[in-house]
Ligand binder design. Structure first.
Ligand SMILES: Cc1cc2nc3c(=O)[nH]c(=O)nc-3n(C[C@H](O)[C@H](O)[C@H](O)COP(=O)(O)OP(=O)(O)OC[C@H]3O[C@@H](n4cnc5c(N)ncnc54)[C@H](O)[C@@H]3O)c2cc1C
Length: 376
């Protein structure tokens, strides 16, 4: 007989929010994680993640983002933690940049507050940034950043308070499903439940090998920089992003948990065949484009990083997510392939998984479910 209503495999971004949502529905939840709480070995570490609504990736994401904002505020309230910082985000690029066009198309489709900064105004935008000639800017005042590890800790804390059992340092070695439910064999014990949610990030292809999903793991470094010549980094107060010829570079202001300025490139790096074997050593090649950007646009920052860490993107072929019921087992749900832009959606992914678990007919979210045939 099943011991739990739902087992959640993986307690990173998606698994922690799912555990919370399920426990909030009154379900008997078991969460299983191979590493420690809010660890730095997957895809959800590095202090900050951008959140924005004028989504250049596709306007279809906007309703999910609206719901996500609402749910981020909910978990802030329940956990009594400040997780979401609204600082505004200004994105610069050539007027014909796909990113600039994409932001405008989401803005126009949903009438979102986004202010245009003309090319002439961009030159005077901020004395700290040397905005490239001809670039225009789009300022989204409601955008900002999330404190990534703190969000996961908050979700786990509230999930536990609501009765979820959470196990750490306990890798799942195998799992199975039949008409009576699901089972999970970990390095310590065998558990059973009525349903299973798999949210194992970069390990998805290992955990559900039989589906042969076309997911690619990519190595992505992130870096922090300090001011040079006594430049005070607290002069940078908003999130910023530039669509440069060498890639999309973005950064965050300094805040209580970050002495320096984080700047990173949104670009899938080297392919990783096994997430357990990823090269975590950083070299100057890892920050060449970010350092180039600092020389070109933010010369008051020292281009030699003070800190860095290696993270992973799990890419789908079209960079959209895979969130749906398993094609063969109707009591197994998968959330994967977040392609380097999933964190801001963690609350809504947890909500989708819990709606699925209780058989809710929440059509607003349900229309985003997919198991794309081209992923097999
Ligand atoms: C450098 C970088 C910058 C990013 N910037 C942004 C951004 O600005 N905005 C944004 O929205 N998104 C951003 N992202 C993407 C976002 O962080 C990810 O999409 C999201 O965190 C993925 O969450 P996840 O739950 O799928 O994976 P994870 O958080 O990695 O969770 C998966 C968990 O499953 C566990 N697990 C795996 N296998 C097993 C097993 N066999 N048994 C038990 N547990 C297991 C893992 O240990 C891990 O804890 C960025 C990503 C990176 C790497």
């Amino acid at each position: 007989m099943a011991n739990y209503d739902v087992i959640v495999l993986g307690l990173g971004a998606m698994g922690s929010s799912t555990s919370y949502q399920l426990a909030k529905q009154g379900l008997h939840v078991l969460g299983i994680e191979q590493f420690s709480e809010a660890h730095a070995l997957g895809s959800s570490h590095g202090k900050t993640r951008l959140i924005r609504k004028a989504y250049f990736e596709h306007p279809d994401y906007v309703p999910l983002l609206q719901k996500s904002y609402e749910l981020w505020h909910e978990i802030e309230e329940f956990s009594q933690e400040k997780l979401l910082h609204i600082t505004g985000l200004t994105v610069f690029g050539n007027p014909d940049s796909q990113i600039i066009k994409g932001i405008k198309s989401s803005r126009d489709a949903f009438n979102l507050p986004v202010n245009e900064i003309s090319s002439a105004e961009a030159q005077r935008w901020n004395k700290t940034f040397m905005v490239p000639q001809g670039f225009v800017g789009l300022e989204e005042p409601g955008a900002g950043f999330l404190e990534v590890e703190k969000c996961i800790v908050a979700y786990l804390k509230v999930a536990r308070r609501l009765g979820a059992k959470l196990k750490f340092q306990e890798p799942c070695l195998s799992w199975g499903a039949d008409s009576s439910g699901v089972w999970v064999q970990t390095a310590k014990e065998k558990y059973s439940a009525k349903k299973l949610v798999i949210a194992v990030g970069a390990w998805t292809s290992q955990v559900i090998e039989e589906l042969k999903l076309k997911l690619e793991i990519r190595r992505v470094p992130q870096f922090w920089f300090q001011g040079k010549n006594s430049f005070d980094v607290s002069e940078i107060q908003t999130c910023f992003a530039f669509d440069m010829p060498y890639g999309f570079i973005y950064g965050f202001p300094r805040f209580s948990n970050s002495r320096d300025i984080k700047v990173a490139i949104h670009k899938p790096g080297a392919r990783v065949s096994d997430p357990n074997q990823i090269d975590r050593q950083l070299t100057s090649l890892d920050h060449q484009w970010v350092s180039q950007f600092l020389a070109d646009v933010l010369p008051d920052l020292d281009p030699i990083p003070t800190e860095g860490s290696v993270c992973m993107y799990t890419m789908t072929p079209d960079e959209h997510f895979v969130i749906d019921q398993h094609p063969r087992f109707d009591h197994v749900f998968l959330a994967a392939g977040f392609s380097g832009h999933g964190f801001k959606f963690a609350p809504v992914v947890g909500k989708m998984a819990s709606d699925w678990a209780v058989g809710s007919k929440d059509l607003e979210l349900k229309r985003f479910l997919r198991f794309r045939p081209n992923l097999f």
